[in-house]
Design a binder for this molecule. Structure first.
Ligand SMILES: [Zn+2]
Length: 131
């Protein structure tokens, strides 16, 4: 049985917008991360469990992170190749590509984590056990 609430559930668009700003998709509160890569256990305002009870929740966030980071990398590489074609500096691209492949998932991790949480909340709204 869900806890009674006085506020209506946020719309999917609002949840995703809050997630993109690294805020709680439910209440809009910030400070969901202790540090860049370390998510709080619960939202500091609404006490929503940020790593939901579903054991596959982290796998979904990881998958979104991987897809988003690699798409970002591919777009950057494509733009770089188009800008310098046909004199492509392959040696420099090799070094930058390795660094980008390592750093881009770390840079996008907090965003993909909150976006996945928002998507999960859209399809599976919070229950009393999530608080
Ligand atoms: Zn919250």
């Amino acid at each position: 049985m869900a806890a009674p609430t006085s506020e209506p559930l946020p719309s999917p668009r609002r949840r995703l917008a809050r997630a993109l700003a690294l805020h709680c998709p439910e209440c809009g509160s910030g400070q969901l991360f202790r540090r860049w890569l370390f998510l709080q256990e619960r939202c500091p305002r609404c006490a929503l469990r940020l790593d939901r009870a579903n054991p596959d929740h982290f796998v979904g966030a990881y998958l979104v992170n991987l897809i988003f980071a690699e798409l970002l990398f591919a777009a950057g590489l494509g733009i770089w190749l188009l800008a310098v074609w046909p004199n492509v500096p392959w040696d420099r691209i090799e070094v930058v590509a390795v660094a980008a492949m390592i750093l881009s998932p770390l840079a996008t991790y907090p965003f993909t984590r909150t976006i996945w949480l928002a998507a999960d909340l859209i399809f599976d709204p919070p229950k009393a056990s999530d608080r």
